[in-house]
Design a binder for this molecule. Sequence first.
Ligand code: URA
Length: 238
Amino acid sequence: MQKTRLQKFIAMAGIASRRKAEELIRQGKVEVNNVLVKEPWYPVGEDDCVKVNGKRVFPEKKKVYIMLNKPEKYVSTVRDQFSRKTVLDLVSGVKERIYPVGRLDYNTAGLLLLTNDGEFANKLMHPSNEIEKTYVAEIEGFLDSEKIKKFEEGIIIDNNFKTSPAKLRILKRKARTYIVEIKIHEGKNRQVKKMCEAIGCPVINLKRTAIGNLNIGELPEGQWRHLTREEVQMLMDL
Ligand code: URA
């Protein structure tokens, strides 16, 4: 193994995404050969002893890529400060230290990817990649073509952030609600809910059905499966 940046080495060890690895380094949680190193670009190789929080880490060889159909009432973090159930409680029998690629809210269901490949996670989460995510939502309120157009033109959320062009399509009209399909290319915190709220149509429930061309398909809620090689490649190519 050639020398590589410390940040990448930690991502390759399956400890965290590249971004998170940078945070850990800057927070002073990483030592190389028993010396504290705070530079993410610091070069390291196989012979260096890299420790994160005092524990040695090795670049992990076997990469694991999983899709989970997350039910509501699970947090999509590895641990929860309030001891709620985490998505990892649903993925049994996987030895590798996997973690979720991005987040779904506690009360959002649907497609969540998990991996130990920091490069893969980094690629999918990086805002510059603008990967399309598809959601199906049940919303209240009244929808008209003006509101649907607002989704395409961009909506102000979080006081001053204008969302990039998104799509909203009505799948079904119910007595007091609509079932809609929403496609966005960003991943701001609670973005779909905030966008729907902004047009006066609060979300009652939300499910992610696809990331790029990867669809949740018939995978039952609470179940997971490994991605195929082709699926991983397809996501890498996005
Ligand atoms: N948008 C939301 O509002 N919540 C999610 O969990 C994902 C996208």
